[in-house]
Design a protein around this ligand. Structure first.
Ligand SMILES: [Zn+2]
Length: 243
């Protein structure tokens, strides 16, 4: 399975012309990456500090399972509990700082067209599918398999997989504490944008799940665009201005 396609998938043709990366990026800037992730496929890239990753839910209602690692040290990795505790909210949206287990900020959500993204639903696996949906789902490809295949390109293995983010996924918590996996709040073309605070390895599984509504029972492609925003005017330090 290829990790990413460099041309637009044919399935998007039905929803109109594909906008350019410059148009589709939620935060404007020089386009440094523009890739389509096929339905059910994995993807990964290092987003350099200051650059912004826009994830486009091309056809709507597509869960994008995501793990983050400091590019310089993969033992520094996204932590759901550190992120949730610090922001005192279980959902991600604009302003959310995605923190590593040591408290370090890896990325910040700088723009969001959905408003709610999940931190607690986790990733599907062959094992969990079998437990939840029956033995006949055993052979279905799942997010953990995507993470392992794609993570192996970066030397990551099963012990490196931690609780992940689910972009575009809606997991409401009932008053009694029960979790729901229900229809998403996303829609075709909705986007979320993440600015890297440090060079960050972004590992993604474009969720293949077909046994619950997280992908509307129909996994679809997503688009990844990295832009480098125009640099803010530099501020001279007193030492520099004295030179
Ligand atoms: Zn999944």
């Amino acid at each position: 399975m290829t990790a990413a396609m460099t041309t637009a998938p044919t399935t998007t043709a039905s929803i109109g012309a594909v906008p350019s990366a410059r148009e589709a990026a939620l935060v404007p800037g020089e386009v440094v990456l523009d890739e389509f992730v096929e339905a059910r496929g994995p993807w990964s890239a290092v987003v350099e500090a200051g650059n912004v990753l826009t994830i486009v839910d091309l056809e709507g209602n597509q869960a994008v399972d995501c793990l983050l690692y400091a590019a310089a040290d993969h033992s520094v990795r996204y932590s759901a509990s550190a992120t949730i505790a610090r922001q005192r909210s279980i959902v991600l949206t604009t302003g959310s700082v995605l923190r590593a287990d040591n408290g370090e900020a890896l990325m910040t959500v700088v723009a969001d067209e959905v408003g709610v993204h999940d931190t607690i639903g986790g990733a599907c696996s062959q094992e969990s599918n079998t437990l939840r949906y029956g033995q006949h789902t055993r052979e279905q490809h799942a997010c953990v398999e995507n993470f392992l295949v794609e993570g192996s390109r970066w030397g990551l293995g099963k012990r490196d997989l931690v609780s992940n983010i689910n972009w575009f996924m809606n997991v409401p918590v009932d008053p009694d504490g029960a979790l729901g996996i229900v229809d998403g709040l996303s829609a075709p073309g909705k986007r979320v944008a993440l600015r890297a605070e440090a060079a960050t390895l972004v590992l993604v599984s474009n969720c293949p799940q077909i046994n619950n509504p997280c992908n509307g029972f129909n996994p679809t492609p997503v688009r990844m665009i990295v832009t480098r925003p125009a640099a803010a005017p530099s501020v001279q330090t007193p030492e520099e201005s004295a030179r």
